[in-house]
Design a protein around this ligand. Sequence first.
Ligand code: MTE
Length: 328
Amino acid sequence: MLIGKGSDLRSSEITNEQAYYGRREFLKGGALALGAGAAASVLPGCVTSAAPEEQAPPSRKGPFDASETPTPYEAITTYNNYYEFGLDKANPARNSGKFRPKPWTVKIMGFVKKPADYSLDDLLAGLTVEDRIYRMRCVEGWSMVIPWQGIPLASIIKKLDPLPSAKFIEMKTILAPDQMPEQRGDALPWPYVEGLRLDEAMNPLTLFATGIYGKPLPNQNGAPLRLVTPWKYGFKGIKSIVSINFTDRQPKNTWQIANPVEYGFYANVNPTVDHPRWSQKSEKIIGQRLSLIQIAKGEAAVKRTLMFNGYGDQVASMYAGMDLKKNF
Ligand code: MTE
């Protein structure tokens, strides 16, 4: 992602990620070849394997559950974009240990019948947590498959009862520079903000996630509450949400404010519209195990990117008649 001034840019984040992840996979492969006990004694501390229960395949129950193999818990929780905790993929897991996701308050405001400061428990009271296995596609060209637990945003919105004048929601991440080291700098305008059209927010796919693999959401993944819109690029998935404003105007999101040429409001996954620096035609699958021979050959696990990340049946009608090249 483009952060701050152009000179701050690393030449290609994808290359960095590939090198980083390729190394982890190589070491993991080595661990397998050596046997777990031997590996533990020779491999550096950063190479851990997830506990067996974390690797248990989540059961597919819902109509929206992806059929692909879920990404291992370790990859989902150590390969993150959470710029408040640092600009590299490994930083959020390392730097978010002291973040306090409890107690948590969400401010509801704007064109809504029940504006108030809600404790998280009150906001979610009476609503059912659901399991959803969703594909996630980052605009940087990589993807994961994540078994989330969360509450459909539509049921939260119905409870809050928006006024007819509400057409969009704008969400903000907590501003806590004492807990989030990068908020003391100007890499991005803080706090992180995101927006959705109200019909997008009410779409049955849209989730406010509270957990992953049956465990509470780790800090680096956006504890205690983060947005998941699986047909949009991952940057729409705003983390650690502290406010929702019901508004009649299309809000701007953080990346759009930082670089309007590269990032738009909609951010729908679209393999026919390339990002200026990244092709969107295909994606690298994070956490997929490759054989040592494949890794030695420099191969990566890659797949073709699908329109709306494969969720066209559920979401395409919301964009009927829209020019998706213009509304990127
Ligand atoms: N939310 C906040 N507050 N800060 C961020 O830097 N990064 C976004 C999104 N939400 C980000 C954020 C980006 S670019 C992506 S790809 C996803 O979070 C990554 O989510 P993950 O780390 O859980 O995979």
